[in-house]
Write a protein that binds this ligand. Structure first.
Ligand SMILES: C[S@@+](CC[C@H](N)C(=O)[O-])C[C@H]1O[C@@H](n2cnc3c(N)ncnc32)[C@H](O)[C@@H]1O
Length: 300
């Protein structure tokens, strides 16, 4: 069972810097952009020093929150209606200081927001930032732990057995959940490569992230220079017919004339601010056969 984290106290590692001279030199450039990252910084936003390197700027997080409620099954796979409603649970695997989680909560679409962070100080900042950003009590279910372990537990699926108390996360409804992952990128070494080799990303490379999130639909927040071919290859291993990158490239085997179902597309979106990309997000759809298999109640 996965426990909901209590409200954690801010510690000496959580800072709300107000003067440049107090800011460590290596994060000064980020602090100077603090109002672009958090327009409400002066309301009392807290970050650990490490969190500055990875936080998603608010305008980007807001746009992702608009884009991410995608149908788990975009076709008539489970319903006879031509429209499948988008997933209503989102799991933010790497909460950080809360940039994306807060945007998911403020967007108001999701019924359930589960946000996982393994560093207690960073989680305390995220909780505080959510509070001062106007996110209501209990809207976000925070989890203090390793997202890979937590996800394994959550992916066991819904059971009707046993009593689930208020401090425990209800297992996921697998047909109704989308995952968001903004992992550490292993420092800024990606900026020195024209095309970033995602197999070298540390501490978790593309394959490790995909393996953890599969078979749920998952949005991966990655360096803007990420190797699109590697993103596509991962997808092609599952969906041999096509790949659709950045809404432009559509590769299809020559012997098929039939239009491809929408879930056969991999959307990769660059998120820009002031004309420059901050990151890209690859939106991997669900693997419907595997998901259906896992979502079956035992014995069926
Ligand atoms: C790039 S930051 C996420 C930033 C976040 N999206 C935001 O806007 O603030 C990555 C975060 O993942 C956390 N992290 C790294 N490995 C983790 C793991 N295995 N489980 C949970 N959290 C992890 C780090 O402590 C860090 O805070």
């Amino acid at each position: 069972m996965v426990q909901i984290a209590p409200d954690l106290p801010l510690t000496d590692n959580c800072h709300h810097y107000t003067r440049l001279q107090d800011v460590p030199w290596d994060i000064q450039k980020y602090w100077k952009s603090r109002f672009k990252i958090f327009p409400n910084y002066n309301d009392g936003i807290y970050l650990t020093d490490d969190a500055w390197f990875g936080v998603t700027p608010e305008p980007v997080a807001r746009k992702i929150a608009e884009d991410i409620p995608l149908p788990v099954f975009p076709t008539e796979y489970y319903t006879t209606a031509s429209y499948s409603p988008p997933a209503t649970t989102v799991v933010d695997m790497f909460a950080g200081a809360g940039g994306n989680t807060i945007a998911f909560a403020l967007h108001g679409y999701f019924d359930r927001i589960i946000s996982i962070e393994r560093d207690a100080d960073t989680l305390a900042c995220a909780q505080e930032n959510a509070r001062i950003s106007g996110v209501g009590e209990g809207v976000i279910q925070w989890v203090h732990g390793d997202c890979f372990e937590v996800l394994k537990e959550l992916l066991r699926g819904r059971t009707d057995e046993g009593y689930i108390d208020d401090d425990t996360i209800d297992p996921l409804d697998l047909k109704n959940t989308v995952l968001f992952a903004s992992p550490p990128w292993g420092g800024v070494s990606y900026t020195s490569q024209a095309v970033f080799d995602l197999s070298t990303m540390e501490p978790y490379n593309l394959q490790a992230l995909h393996d953890a999130c599969y078979p749920l639909p998952h949005a991966l927040y990655l360096p803007r220079t990420s190797d699109l071919q590697q993103l596509a290859d991962l997808f092609l291993r599952r969906e041999p017919e096509s790949v659709h990158v950045n809404g432009e490239v559509d590769v299809q085997s020559e012997d098929t004339e039939t239009p491809l179902p929408p879930e056969s597309k991999l959307d990769v979106v660059q998120y820009c601010m002031h004309g420059f990309s901050k990151a890209l997000v690859a939106y991997y759809p669900a693997d419907k056969e595997e998901l259906e298999r896992r979502a079956q109640p035992c014995g069926e």
